[in-house]
Ligand binder design. Structure first.
Ligand SMILES: Cc1cc2nc3c(=O)[nH]c(=O)nc-3n(C[C@H](O)[C@H](O)[C@H](O)COP(=O)(O)OP(=O)(O)OC[C@H]3O[C@@H](n4cnc5c(N)ncnc54)[C@H](O)[C@@H]3O)c2cc1C
Ligand code: FES
Ligand code: FES
Length: 1344
């Protein structure tokens, strides 16, 4: 028995008797925590019943007062030690929660810095850690850290929610590598922090500019001793070479066992074999968790210290759900204090301890890769596991346990182990399991100590190779990972001299090793065409793929598995393969160079600060984590936390809600249902299409809120949700797609008039060429990093509300309507949003209404913050569209007439649809005299879809561009020729808007772009490359843009207030700072108009008094209109001050202000913007994009190698911010067109892609390798504000150029496959879609 593992003699439960830090041989007494029996005992060894660590230099000692599953993140935020440390997904997938931890390295005996996900780190595993957070390394008072200054000055923060994570990732890197940090290492290390706003370029630039250019570090610490040292040491125990850590006196020596006892479980941190053995022995039959990195819980809830199969997200919060019940682990054994876990041995057999993290392994393998290339192959695969912060903590052993428990887990480690023919060592008795038998061996209660494998013989030809294909380039699980190993005699026609290894994960739980093909290939000559043919056919028939609604199709994964084998064979054959086939062995991701960007724009110094590329006003605060978001607002006394109960079926009648069990849970205060609503159960303006706060009787989609749980803390609220019993009747199959809806004729009433211009039918009928087709595109989750949140506080006036809304007026109405309060009782303040992109235009008012309702009913402050999962399930997303078209055109390709039928999937409510304006964007940049456009509002059992950056314009423009492609293909012309032939020219009248196009310089601008980007030359090279390469292709496209900006119904309240005494100025305006830099721009125009410096100006949070009745922030037009409002305020103020000034002789600003004050001048001006727009659009902006891709025909992967984007921003008010908008929008568009996909359970309609594990917005290596953004020069906009044009949305519509570049590459592959016909490339053009369109025929998988 362990010294601290004291058993109650009556009930036999184990616990620590007293709070002690090292009692030894003492007689002690305890009251049993379970049965209350009082007993005496003698401890026979030292133990510790607390853990200690430091955060920001402050020591903390923690006993078992929190739950074993409590995460560091909760501790930091709840104790307000660091609210700069953010949180979002709790899955290790977003990186907002990163902190730096200095961890003791058992091998090199030093403390090294790592970025770690504080959401995954259990508080109790922080024993001995030294942690630093973003708000400590630098802040607004003591000054910013150089890293914080750098990201701020490079405009690497927009909404700022990811910025603390980016900073801490870089901070830990610089601490780890010191001055040896290279640009390449920076580029490779930002796979773990998602930024939805910036498009990453400025973040990467900022940090790469702090690194040295070399490819190899000049000097740095590493976690591992010198490899040569490791190779020469012999372990006294095993007589093999080892790290020698056993002999060292290090931090582990003399350490006591740590033992904490919780209500239902125990936490041990043993430091010796004896302790480990006795804990296992004493807890036989109990559920033991061997804890290393605790990262598995980011994937599977059931693998964390608290089992949260049921309540996936609750366990992260402090003080709750440690006691969720019998399913909890009984014993958690933190193995990070046990030195034997870190053994390393290089001999004939190579041994790696189970505690080695991925970062450790990559480091070791990279260093030995110069001796044996296969080590480098292994390192390359491991670098693609998860993301850097997860790799910093996660271990191979934990990974293997995941696939052991979930056989379908796409474990990269399992593939690696198979290829290395590893043996897994368990327990201390020398037991080992061959990796081939691992999944079939019971490992319950067994401790994995190490794995070993035999080094490859350097003299023979043996090749090892891994391929991992996933939805996104990095930080993504594989669709399929393939591992191959083959020993062959090159001189004997590649005679395979041993059975090879062909292993996969991702195909499902039932197939991993291609044993038949392995057996067949042994003794065969691989270069014999028949052998390869037979092997491929055998492999093809032996592969079994399990279907999964959340993964790519069975066919794709099957085809991929075969193609990967062929890829490997091409790799083996090397220069023996035909020239045309060789590039089939390519691995685009590994070949990706360091990315770079160029930006060019005008600035007019005479107008500064207007047109000056200034840093965002809030950038410094964001960089040091001091920028406050709703969730950061300190808790009010008595504050409750709220969580929604969501429906679990998608089309049914709600029968009953029983909250009895939930209300019994300690801490649960109230469960609210629709019946409790005192006002109207509709949070939206529309009476025609009301939106219920809580479902009344009809369930319209899976994920619809049916109740709200209020509890004393967040975890309790989230957990109690699952105790609310909801029953349904009349459950019908949900309609989930546009096609299904068309079949069922599930439509809303016609949303807008048809748009008829000219005689489309006649024009098409009379045209020599006629085509018809369909094109469709999917949805997109906004992926705002700050989830929908609201805090409502009852006051004597009614409610004080802090909410993350883009539209205060609607939120105010929503709360009033639902509670029955009057609008003037609701006071709302919004400082900033952590990302929005349209998601918070209407949808946040729902959250505000629910939160306000809750606060009103219990008369206590309430916070409602959605978890990522709930946010994704409950909230509508971008509208998916499908278009059916008919086009009539001349033989040369001139457009005569177009008939269009748009189908837009509104989800369950069409309130946020934008059909009528979509019709105006339908032609993009092309003149077609005859149009007939009709829109159908499709009704599905999905949440009510809503605006998402460029709603309406994005699909309309893509549909038009797809039609142009179809026309070109039909007459076998280059699509660019057809585009140019039909392109609008200056002074032409756009038939759809009847607006004359002024300053429409599309054609000359495109000519300029083509020349600067060497388009013609590059295009020719692409053609030549494609002719010479069968399996790797290139594609290049040029897509123009004409984008109408609409000011209809735009009104914002603006107020500028000058303070006497110091002359400083405060502004409040009706726009919401969502990251676009609106506050900076209004300050710039204010400084310019008043003739004062920017430092004199502050922009205060938007509030419902100054901005009463203001319209939403959206459509790209808020910044310019708020600037207009501020200009008017300034003009008023200047006019009021003028008579005073005229009486003074050249006064300073402050003197003038004070004199005005003395003379009773009102220094507070207000303006209400209400522009009168006489045409459908206020103005047009133009642009064009050239995109070039590399494409892997065998896998469907691509690399966006270069993008040249020319955009018309007028005379940009702040080109640095506007470039940020352009790049961010473009990259968000790349996600939409290439990687982001929602999948639903066909039976219930539940969103399956509801986590960072399955939903993939672009990551830092999905951006163009070479990204050049140019603004059209000398180009003021006469119909804009101060000559500027909007830039938040139009560039999003330019991103489809990447999809069309891919289309060119796919066309070439289809040509090689003998298929020439037109095909539509729908969005998203995922790896699966692209590969399947290539129509690869395995009979073409040849070497020569
Ligand atoms: C965001 C994210 C992305 C990921 N991407 C990938 C990916 O692309 N490819 C991939 O293959 N994996 C991926 N993973 C999984 C990741 O590799 C694992 O989470 C990690 O390897 C688990 O190691 P750990 O030390 O954190 O295990 P823990 O979470 O500490 O433990 C996991 C399980 O293993 C058991 N266990 C741990 N150590 C031992 C031991 N020594 N003996 C016996 N049992 C033990 C535990 O009891 C527990 O049941 C990803 C994970 C995350 C969070
Ligand atoms: S909250 Fe930690 S990674 Fe997302
Ligand atoms: S600035 Fe990165 S998510 Fe907004």
């Amino acid at each position: 028995m362990s010294s601290s593992n004291i058993k109650c003699p009556v009930c036999h439960s184990c616990h620590v008797p007293v709070h002690s830090s090292g009692a030894n041989n003492e007689v002690q007494a305890a009251t049993c925590v379970h049965c209350g029996h009082f007993f005496k005992f003698r401890a026979v060894g030292p133990y510790k019943s607390t853990i200690s660590f430091t955060v920001n230099g402050q020591s903390y000692t923690v006993g078992p007062e929190y739950s074993p599953g409590s995460a560091l993140n909760g501790f930091l935020r709840d104790q307000r030690i660091s609210v700069g440390t953010k949180h979002m997904c709790y899955q290790g997938g977003c990186g907002t929660c990163l902190v730096e931890a200095k961890l003791f390295e058992p091998i090199s005996e030093q403390r090294l810095s790592y970025a770690v996900n504080s959401c995954l780190v259990p508080l109790y595993s922080c024993d001995g850690w030294d942690i630093r957070t973003v708000d400590y390394i630098g802040n607004l008072r003591k000054g910013l850290h150089p890293i914080q200054k750098q990201i701020a000055s490079y405009n690497g923060s927009q909404c700022g929610y990811c910025t603390p994570g980016q900073v801490m990732n870089m901070f830990a890197l610089t601490e780890y590598y010191g001055t040896g940090l290279t640009k390449k290492q920076v580029e490779d290390s930002f796979d773990g922090v998602i930024c939805r706003c910036t498009g990453y370029r400025p973040i990467l630039d900022a940090f790469k500019d702090m690194a040295i250019p070399h490819n190899r570090p000049t000097s740095c610490q590493t976690a591992i001793d010198d490899i040569e040292d490791l190779r020469s040491r012999k372990c006294p125990k095993t007589n093999s070479t080892c790290s020698g850590t056993c002999k060292k006196t290090n931090m582990f020596d003399g350490q006591q066992l740590t033992h904490l006892v919780f209500a239902d479980s125990q936490w041990f941190k043993p430091t010796s074999e004896k302790d480990v053995t006795s804990i296992i022995e004493n807890n036989k039959g109990k559920k033991i968790m061997f804890l290393l990195g605790n990262t598995a819980k980011g994937v599977y809830g059931d693998l964390g210290p608290d089992n949260y199969d049921v309540v996936m997200l609750t366990y992260i919060f402090i003080g709750v759900y440690g006691d969720l019940g019998p399913d909890n682990y009984d014993v958690v054994m933190d193995l990070t204090g046990f030195r034997e876990m870190y053994s390393i041995s290089f001999d004939t057999d190579i041994i790696f301890g189970a505690g080695l993290t991925f970062t450790h392994l990559v480091d070791i393998l990279t260093r030995v890769s110069q001796e044996q290339a296969y080590f480098g192959e292994c390192a390359d695969l491991l670098k693609r596991v998860a993301n850097l912060p997860v790799r910093n903590r996660g271990t191979w052993a934990g990974n293997l346990c995941m696939i052991h428990k979930h056989n379908d887990f796409p474990s990269d480690v399992f593939v690696l182990m198979h290829v290395l023919k590893a043996r897994i060592w368990t327990g201390f008795m020398g037991d080992s399991i061959d990796i081939k038998d691992f999944l079939n061996t019971d490992i319950t209660g067994k401790l994995i100590l190490a794995f070993d494998f035999t080094d490859l013989d350097e003299d023979t030809t043996e090749v090892i190779k891994f391929y991992k294909i996933s939805q996104r380039n990095q930080n993504d699980h594989a669709y399929v990972t393939g591992g191959f190993r083959m020993k062959f005699d090159k001189t004997d026609r590649f005679l395979v001299t041993e059975p090879p290894v062909i292993v996969y994960t991702g195909l499902g739980a039932h197939f991993h090793s291609a044993t038949k093909t392995e057996t067949y290939l042994n003794g065969k000559n691989l270069s014999d065409a028949n052998v390869l043919k037979t092997a491929i056919s055998m492999l093809s028939s032996e592969i079994i793929v399990d279907s999964s609604p959340v993964l790519s199709s069975v066919k794709y994964r099957h085809d991929l598995a075969v193609a990967l084998f062929y890829k490997f064979v091409l790799h083996v054959a090397g220069d023996q393969a035909g020239m045309k086939y060789r590039t089939g062995s390519t691995q685009l991701y590994l070949d990706r160079p360091i990315s770079s960007g160029q930006q060019s724009y005008d600035t007019n110094k005479l107008e500064w600060p207007v047109t000056e590329p200034l840093q965002k006003l809030e950038a410094n605060a964001q960089a040091c984590g001091e920028a406050e978001y709703v969730d950061d607002i300190p808790s009010q006394p008595g504050q409750l936390e709220a969580a929604f109960v969501l429906s679990t079926v998608g089309n049914a009648t709600l029968t009953s809600i029983d909250a009895t069990e939930a209300l019994k849970l300690p801490g649960v205060v109230k469960v609210i249902t629709a019946k409790d609503i005192p006002g109207v159960n509709n949070w939206n303006f529309s009476d025609q299409y009301p939106e219920e706060v809580l479902a009344g009787d009809k369930i319209l989609y899976c994920g619809q809120p049916v109740a709200i749980v209020l509890a004393e803390d967040y975890g309790t609220a989230l957990g109690a949700v699952y105790a609310v019993k909801v029953t349904y009747s009349d459950i019908q199959p949900p309609i989930l797609t546009i096609d299904d809806a068309i079949k069922s004729q599930s439509f809303f009433p016609k949303p807008c008039e048809d748009k008829n211009v000219g005689e489309a039918d006649t024009a098409i009928a009379n045209s020599p060429m006629k085509i018809n087709g369909t094109i469709s595109m999917g949805t997109q989750y906004h992926f705002h990093m700050e989830t929908q949140s609201s805090v409502c506080i009852p006051t004597e006036d009614g409610l004080k509300v802090y909410t993350g809304t883009q539209w205060i007026d609607l939120s105010q109405y929503a709360i009033a309507n639902v509670t029955g309060l009057k609008k003037n009782s609701i006071s709302i303040e919004v400082r900033r949003l952590g990302g929005a992109y349209g998601a918070k235009i209407t949808r946040n008012s729902w959250i505000a209404a629910a939160c306000g309702l809750s606060a009103y009913l219990v008369n206590r402050p309430v916070k409602l913050r959605l978890t990522l999962g709930d946010n994704m399930k409950m909230m509508g997303k971008r509208f998916p569209y499908k278009a059916q078209y008919q086009i009539g055109f001349t033989e040369a390709g001139q457009l005569n007439g177009i008939k269009l039928q748009y189908y837009g999937d509104c989800g369950c409510n069409p309130g946020d649809a934008a059909f009528s304006i979509m019709e105006l964007w339908a032609d993009n940049a092309y003149m077609c005299p005859n149009w007939s456009i009709s829109c159908t509002a499709v009704k599905t059992n999905l949440p009510s879809n809503t605006a998402a950056r460029s709603p309406g314009s994005l699909p309309a423009i893509f549909i038009m561009e797809s039609m142009m492609e179809h026309v070109a293909k039909t007459i076998n012309k280059d699509p660019l020729d057809i585009r140019m032939m039909n392109m609008f020219t200056d002074t032409q009248v756009d038939p759809l808007t009847q607006m004359m196009l002024t300053n429409c310089e599309l054609k000359p601008q495109i000519a300029l772009l083509q020349a600067n980007a060497e388009y013609n030359d590059r295009k020719q090279k692409v053609v030549t490359f494609n002719q010479n390469n069968r399996w790797k292709k290139k594609g290049i496209s040029l897509v123009p843009l004409k984008f109408g900006i609409d000011w209809t119904g735009v009104h914002y309240g603006c107020q500028v207030c000058i303070y006497w005494n110091d002359g400083t100025v405060a502004i409040s305006h009706g726009g919401i700072e969502v990251g676009q830099g609106i506050n900076t721009k209004v300050a710039q125009v204010c400084a310019y108009e008043l003739g004062i410096s920017m430092e004199m100006i502050k922009v205060l949070p938007t509030n419902s008094l100054v901005s009463a009745n203001s319209i939403t922030t959206g459509g790209s037009i808020t910044s310019e209109n708020c600037c207009a409002g501020v200009i008017e305020c300034c003009k008023t103020l200047i006019a009021r001050m003028k008579p005073v000034k005229d009486k003074m002789s050249d006064p300073t600003w402050v003197k003038l202000v004070n004199k005005c004050y003395d003379e009773g001048i009102d220094l507070n001006a207000r303006f209400w913007t209400n522009p009168v727009q006489k045409t459908p659009f206020q103005y047009y902006s133009y642009g064009a994009t050239i995109a070039e891709v590399d494409f892997d025909v065998l896998t469907g992967e691509h690399q966006l190698t270069r993008v040249d984007l020319l955009f018309d921003c007028g005379e940009s008010t702040n080109p640095a911010l506007d470039v940020g908008q352009v790049e961010g929008a473009f990259v968000m568009g790349l996600g939409y067109w290439l990687t982001e996909q929602c999948r639903y359970d066909p039976d219930t309609g539940a969103l399956l892609t509801n986590s960072t594990w399955e939903y993939k917005p672009p990551s830092s290596k999905d951006i163009p390798v070479d990204f050049r953004v140019n603004f059209v020069k000398k180009n003021p906009n006469p119909r804009g504000v101060l000559g500027a044009k909007a830039c938040g949305e139009p560039p999003m519509c330019m991103s489809c150029s990447a999809l069309f570049a891919l289309k060119r590459a796919i066309e070439s592959a289809r040509h090689d496959a003998g298929v020439e016909n037109f095909f539509p490339l729908h969005g998203p053009a995922t790896v699966e879609a692209c590969q399947q369109l290539c129509l690869n025929d395995p009979s073409q998988y040849v070497l020569i």
